[in-house]
Design a protein around this ligand. Structure first.
Ligand code: HEC
Ligand code: HEC
Length: 457
C-alpha cells in the first residue's frame, strides 16, 4: 500500500479511537484528517528543545523523584516525565510521540495546539479535550535548567518565561497574554513593528474543548472574535514568522479549521439513570437552556452573552483585553477570512458567553478560569472549595469531575514546585470561583436530576 494511504488510515483510526464522529462529506473528512496530521507533524513555531534535553530533564527534578528516575529504565523515566508535565501519547499511534509536541526526524520538539487543547479524559488521551494536566511553567523551568547543564542554547519560551509567567496552576495557562503581547509587535497586515514594552494583565485560563467549535459562531469566552481559519493562526505570531508566513500557510489552516469542526465530544460511559436524566432535561430546558441551548435532536445554540455584573464570575479575563486591542484585531488580517456568513468582531463585549455544554462531563475543571472542580460544585455555589487539588486520574462519578482534596492553603513549604502548582487557590488574582448562581433557584432533587442530564450531553 502507498505510504500516504497508510498514514491516512492511521489518522482516521486515530479519529475513531478518540471518539470523533466524522461529520459532513468525504472531502470534509479528508481535510479534517490533513488538519490533524498538520498539527501533530508540522512544526509551525521554532523548536523548544531537543530529544536529548528532554531525556535529561529528570536531572532537574527534586531529590526523591530524581533518585527514583535514576534507578528507572529510560522508558519508565520518559513516562515519569510525561506524567509530570501533562503529556500523553497519541491515540492509535504507537510511535510513543507526545500528542502535545511535534517531534521531527532530528528529534526537535516543538509545541503544538494540543499542548493546551489535547489532554487526557480520565486516562484516555483525547485530541481536542482541554489539557487539564499541562505544566508549561514547570516544564519550561526544568528544560531551561537542563539546557544550562548540557550547555545548549535557550529558546524563546525559556527566555520569555523569565519575564512572563506562563501559568501558575497546572492545567491553566496565561495564553491570552502571549497573543496580546505578540500582536502588539505587528501592524494590521501582520508586518513586524517596534512598539514600546508594555505590561499586560497576567492571568491563567482553562483552555476550552474543541468538540463544540462547530456550534460556535464566535470564539473565546467573551465571544469577541468571529470564527474563521485565519483566527486560528494567531498562536504563530512569533517574530520568526513574517507576514508572508501567514499567507503561505493559510490553506493549511483551512484544513485545521475542518479538523476542529469535525470533532465531537466523547460519550459518558458510566451509569446514567435515564428516568432521572429525562426529568433533569425538563428542568434544564426551563432554567438553563435560554443561555446554554438545547441538545440532541432539537439542538440549538443561542450564543448568549451575559453581562459581567449579572454572571458574577471572575472579571479579570474580560477586563484584560482592551477595546483598542480588539479594535486592532477587527481591522487585522486575522478577522477577515472570507468564510461564508462571516461576522463582525465585537470590540466591546460586556460579559461572557455561555458556552455549549456538549461533553461537559469530560472537560473539568469548570468556568473559564478552571476554578470549580466538579459539576456538583458548579451546581452548589455555596459549597465550592476555596483551595483544592486533584488527587487522581479517575473521574469522581458522584460529583462528575475531578477527585479532589480540599486544603486550608497551598503548602508553601512543599519542596516540589510541581506539587505546589497542583493546588488551585481561588483567592488569588484571576482565580475566583464566584458567580453563576443560577442553580440556587433549584432544590437538591432538581440539581441531582440536572447533574444526571449533564452526563448525557
Ligand atoms: C498555551 C495554551 C494554548 C495553546 C498552545 C493554544 N491554545 Fe487555543 N486557547 C487557549 C486558551 C486558554 C483559550 C481560551 C481563551 C479565551 O477564551 O479567552 C483558547 C481558545 C481557543 C479557541 C476558542 C474556542 C472557543 O470555543 O472559544 C480556539 C478555536 C483555539 N484556542 C484554537 C487553538 C489553535 C488552533 C491552537 C494552535 C495553533 C491553539 N489554540 C493553541 C490556550 C491555548
Ligand atoms: C443567564 C445565562 C445562564 C444561565 C441561565 C445558566 N448559565 Fe451556565 N453559564 C453561563 C455563562 C455566561 C457561563 C460562563 C461563565 C464563565 O466561565 O465565567 C456559564 C458556565 C456554565 C458551566 C461551565 C462551563 C465550562 O465549560 O466550564 C456549566 C456546567 C453551566 N454553566 C451549567 C449551567 C446549568 C446547569 C444551568 C441551569 C441550572 C446554567 N448553567 C444556567 C450562563 C448561564
Amino acid at each position: 500500500m502507498h505510504l500516504s494511504i497508510v498514514r491516512c488510515l492511521l489518522v482516521l483510526s486515530t479519529f475513531v479511537a478518540s471518539g470523533v464522529v466524522r461529520a459532513g462529506d468525504a472531502a470534509d473528512a479528508d481535510a479534517a484528517a490533513r488538519g490533524f496530521h498538520l498539527l501533530t507533524e508540522k512544526p509551525f513555531l521554532t523548536s523548544d528543545f531537543s530529544q536529548k534535553v528532554f531525556d535529561h530533564v529528570w536531572m532537574a527534578w527534586p531529590k526523591p523523584l530524581r533518585r527514583e528516575a535514576e534507578k528507572a529504565s529510560p522508558e519508565q523515566r520518559r513516562q515519569m516525565a510525561f506524567d509530570r508535565y501533562g503529556l500523553t501519547t497519541r491515540p492509535g499511534d504507537d510511535s510513543g510521540k507526545p500528542l502535545q509536541y511535534v517531534v521531527d526526524a532530528e528529534g526537535n520538539w516543538t509545541m503544538n495546539c494540543f499542548a493546551c487543547h489535547g489532554g487526557s479524559v480520565y486516562g484516555t488521551p483525547t485530541p481536542g479535550a482541554p489539557n487539564a494536566r499541562f505544566a508549561l511553567q514547570t516544564l519550561t523551568e526544568e528544560i531551561r535548567a537542563t539546557k544550562f547543564r548540557l550547555g545548549e542554547p535557550l529558546s524563546r519560551m525559556d527566555v520569555g518565561a523569565m519575564v512572563i509567567p506562563l501559568g501558575t496552576t497546572h492545567g491553566t495557562t496565561n495564553a491570552v497574554v502571549f497573543g496580546q503581547g505578540l500582536m502588539k509587535q505587528r501592524d494590521e497586515n501582520l508586518n513586524l513593528i517596534t512598539s514600546p514594552p508594555e505590561s499586560f494583565v497576567n492571568h491563567d485560563m482553562d483552555a476550552p474543548p474543541w468538540w463544540y467549535f462547530y456550534k460556535r459562531p464566535y470564539i473565546y469566552i467573551d465571544g469577541f472574535a468571529p470564527k474563521g481559519h485565519r483566527a486560528l493562526m494567531q498562536f504563530m505570531l512569533i517574530p520568526e514568522n513574517g507576514p508572508e508566513f501567514f499567507r503561505e500557510h493559510e490553506d493549511e489552516f483551512r484544513d485545521v479549521y475542518a479538523y476542529l469542526s469535525s470533532l465531537r465530544p466523547p460519550k459518558y460511559e458510566g451509569i446514567v439513570d435515564a428516568e432521572l436524566a429525562a426529568s433533569g432535561r425538563k428542568i434544564f430546558e426551563t432554567s438553563c437552556a435560554q443561555c446554554h441551548g438545547t441538545y440532541a435532536a432539537s439542538a440549538n445554540y443561542p450564543n448568549r452573552r451575559v453581562p459581567l455584573d449579572e454572571i458574577g464570575t471572575d472579571p479579570v479575563r474580560l477586563n484584560a483585553l482592551e477595546i483598542e486591542g480588539r479594535r486592532k484585531y477587527s481591522r487585522s488580517w486575522f478577522a477577515h477570512a472570507g468564510e461564508p456568513g462571516e461576522q463582525q468582531t465585537i470590540v466591546n463585549p460586556s460579559g461572557y458567553v455561555a458556552p455549549p455544554l456538549d461533553g461537559i462531563w469530560a472537560s473539568a475543571p469548570y468556568l473559564h478560569n478552571g476554578s470549580v472542580p466538579t459539576l456538583w460544585h458548579l451546581l452548589n455555589p455555596q459549597r465550592r472549595p476555596t483551595v483544592w487539588r486533584r488527587i487522581g486520574e479517575e473521574i469522581d462519578d458522584e460529583r462528575i469531575g475531578f477527585q479532589i482534596e480540599v486544603a486550608e492553603k497551598i503548602p508553601l513549604t512543599e519542596p516540589d514546585v510541581a506539587v505546589r502548582r497542583g493546588y488551585f487557590d481561588t483567592r488569588r488574582f484571576g482565580k475566583s470561583n464566584a458567580g453563576h448562581d443560577y442553580p440556587d433557584a433549584l432544590n437538591d432533587a432538581e440539581k441531582r436530576a440536572v447533574l444526571e442530564y449533564l452526563k448525557t450531553l
